[in-house]
Design a binder for this molecule. Structure first.
Ligand SMILES: NC(=O)c1ccc[n+]([C@@H]2O[C@H](COP(=O)([O-])OP(=O)(O)OC[C@H]3O[C@@H](n4cnc5c(N)ncnc54)[C@H](OP(=O)(O)O)[C@@H]3O)[C@@H](O)[C@H]2O)c1
Length: 360
């Protein structure tokens, strides 16, 4: 089978190459899937940024020094199977490379899904080794393939973040500031907080001038502040900062402005991926990286395994319905076009209202 892949220079993300080849023969139990489409958002830039630290480059190694296959959330169809349980024609949702096809090694197979048990993946975070068999999942998800790839993983994080803030009584803040609020993770967090009746404070979204209109239209923020106007627009009262931008100068400015009123500073992402990072000690509560699995584990202990996940799924599906007319889904086709949209994303040319799905 002819296979087309996009490889990324692990040190210079703007440098990519198209690699054409043949699929290796399947061994017993393996399946070959055709990756029909996958989502591309800043979250994938995040996978590249933390590729070595968290291990994202390890899921689909290239075997060539310095090059990696970027991981993405996508939908695929089984086109060849040496597994007695997984049939040709089955549809899967999961974590794939930016490729036309890939071979998987299913293990722990159930109706709902399986785990890729390839030896090189066994020490990597297990969440990403799991593939869902769409026929074994809820029927309402069958019609929501794009949303599942493009929105749900991000809405899940936002829901867990909102619940973490609720669980900590919002750190006694009167306002929650969200950095890069026009991101899918950012506006979903604003939405979940706006709909949390226990939170009596303000939700303040920080964004660039070009994305402010999009955030205003979504209507979840009490106030939208454009970068550069923080000190003149934001009240100096007890605050939490949840940051999707990773922008060091912005973080520093907010800490220095709010000082002891910065009750909690939670670092979630790095949409401003090439901005300077800040490592100095800052006034107020020191920034902490948010580790989503830790809060999920806490709620699993509080409420029972899977309860938070189920609530997040339902809330994510509801939000997907609410924003479906605000996000314009575009399907980008072909390897060259995929390389170009990746560059556009790195160069901040993809406005917040665009939902990019790619098909190699
Ligand atoms: N820790 C976790 O568990 C976790 C989970 C999910 C997501 N995340 C992180 O959350 C962040 C948001 O992810 P997402 O997929 O929701 O983002 P997204 O929807 O793709 O975000 C788009 C927004 O990011 C900003 N942006 C995008 N590209 C940029 C560039 N090249 N330069 C400057 N700004 C740029 C713009 O927002 P503004 O104009 O508003 O700044 C843009 O509207 C990512 O950094 C991701 O890694 C972390």
């Amino acid at each position: 089978m002819d296979i087309t892949e996009i490889w990324i220079d692990r040190k210079d993300f703007r440098k990519t190459k198209i690699v054409n080849g043949q699929s290796a023969p399947l061994t017993d139990g393996d399946v070959l899937v055709r990756i029909d489409k996958f989502a591309l958002t800043s979250n994938n830039v995040g996978y590249a940024l933390s590729g070595d630290f968290i291990g994202y480059w390890g899921y689909y190694p290239t075997g060539e020094d310095g090059w990696g296959k970027l991981t993405v959330w996508g939908m695929a169809e089984v086109v060849d199977s040496h597994s007695p349980e997984i049939k040709v024609g089955e549809r899967l949702y999961g974590f794939f490379p930016m490729s036309s096809h890939v071979a998987l090694k299913p293990g722990n197979i159930s109706e709902a899904g399986f785990t890729d048990v390839a030896a090189h993946r066994k020490d990597l975070p297990d969440l990403y080794n799991k593939y869902q068999r769409t026929a074994g999942g809820p029927t309402y998800l069958l019609a929501l393939e794009d949303e599942r790839c493009l929105l749900f993983p991000l809405f899940m994080t936002a829901f867990v973040l909102a619940d973490y803030l609720n669980d900590n009584k919002y750190f006694d803040a009167q306002q929650i500031l969200i950095g890069s609020v026009s991101s899918k993770t950012g506006f979903a967090l604003a939405h979940f907080l706006a709909n949390d009746t226990a939170f009596k404070g303000k939700v303040i979204g920080l964004t660039s001038a070009s994305n402010a209109g999009f955030v205003e239209r979504l209507g979840s923020c009490d106030q939208v502040v454009v970068y550069g106007e923080e000190k003149t627009s934001i009240a100096n009262v007890p605050s939490v900062f949840v940051d999707m931008s990773g922008d060091g100068p912005l973080k520093k400015l907010l800490h220095e402005y709010l000082t002891d009123n910065m009750h909690k500073s939670v670092s979630v992402g790095g949409t401003h991926w090439d901005a300077e990072r800040v490592t100095d000690e800052l006034p107020g509560s020191q920034p902490e990286f948010f580790f989503t699995p830790a809060h999920i584990a806490k709620r699993d202990a509080d409420w029972g395994a899977g309860v938070l996940f189920e609530r997040a799924n339902q809330a994510g599906a509801d939000l997907g319905e609410i924003v479906k007319n605000d996000i314009e889904v575009e399907v980008i086709k072909g390897a060259e076009a995929a390389q170009q949209i990746w560059l556009d994303m790195l160069d901040n040319k993809v406005t917040a209202n665009r939902g990019i799905m790619v098909s190699i």
